[in-house]
Design a protein around this ligand. Sequence first.
Ligand SMILES: C[S@@+](CC[C@H](N)C(=O)[O-])C[C@H]1O[C@@H](n2cnc3c(N)ncnc32)[C@H](O)[C@@H]1O
Length: 352
Amino acid sequence: MSDDPIPGALRLQAGICKAFGAPFHAAMMERLAADYEQGGPTRGLVEPWIGASARKLFDDAVPIRLANAFTHLAMSGEAPALAAAYPTEANPAGDPDAAWGAARSAMTAHRDHLLAFMGHEPQTNEVRRSACLLGGFLTVAAETGLPLRCFEIGASAGLNVLWDRFHYRLGAAEWGDPASPVEIPTDWEGPLPPLEAKVEVAERAACDRRPTELTDPAQRRRLLACIWPGQFDRLARSRAAIDLALAGGTVVDEADALDWTRAKVRPEAGAATVLYHSIFWQYLPHETREALEAAILEIGDGATPEAPFAWLRMEPPMNNLATVELRLTLWPGGGERVLAEVHPHGAWVRWS
Ligand SMILES: C[S@@+](CC[C@H](N)C(=O)[O-])C[C@H]1O[C@@H](n2cnc3c(N)ncnc32)[C@H](O)[C@@H]1O
């Protein structure tokens, strides 16, 4: 048996896609794995990762990059046969056999398009992650009684910058403006966070090392191509959040998270300063991760009861990438709490 981790990574991701409601994507990944093993054109697309460790494949999200590249091609209008086989609301299963036939031809005919898409890590911006972060913001607001200054790192297009303008359904409970164009339902288990806390966002800012420019149709398409085929609710939420961000003038600074945090984030009296991120930590090189954590702890050391600082993150623990947790560290004090276990896209929250 070959010890090349690429087919295994594709099949592992296929299993995850199946478990998370994306069977069409899973079917494409299984076919890509088989094609790779048979020496097919898939090898040419993943060539930069041949010989890489399983960990590197995971960190670079190679299976998702590869499968999303076909979604992007299908959305582009350049490969009508591929597009015709993709899931639609009328036929949510799509036609994986027909899609694979078209995809195989596209690997030659549209190689440059696919390679260009794969040149960057999958840049999702999942709006429903706000349903997980919400409980953390509410906790900080309730415990400090102060307005919030919100700083997001690795914000992608900045769709979660306006988290307080969405309407949430948390199981039977709800939070936010019922007239919001962005409706976020999530299954909720366990006690609720302090929904009655007064929330005022006094300041908001965000950065990404490569922000998605929402005013550019090509970049919007790239963003939407990262939503798994057949997940029409996610697509609709993203489109609504894009409109809201465009109308609200959301700005995402183009900056490395470490430099930006060091330059911009410090506690200020009269507000609770919150640094937050979701599904971002794993993309940092080890040294940046360590330096960023040190910078955050230093900011925490400067917090006072009048100028508290919170580090809120929705991330898999680095020693168990199979689960995602919502963690909060609030200074002064600095005790770390796991607030919840959450679905990677925010479909459910198990509040501790
Ligand atoms: C998987 S996306 C998640 C986006 C968003 N946080 C969400 O949950 O929808 C990870 C994001 O982190 C950004 N990123 C990775 N390394 C970064 C760095 N060193 N500084 C700033 N952003 C970074 C990527 O560009 C990408 O937009």
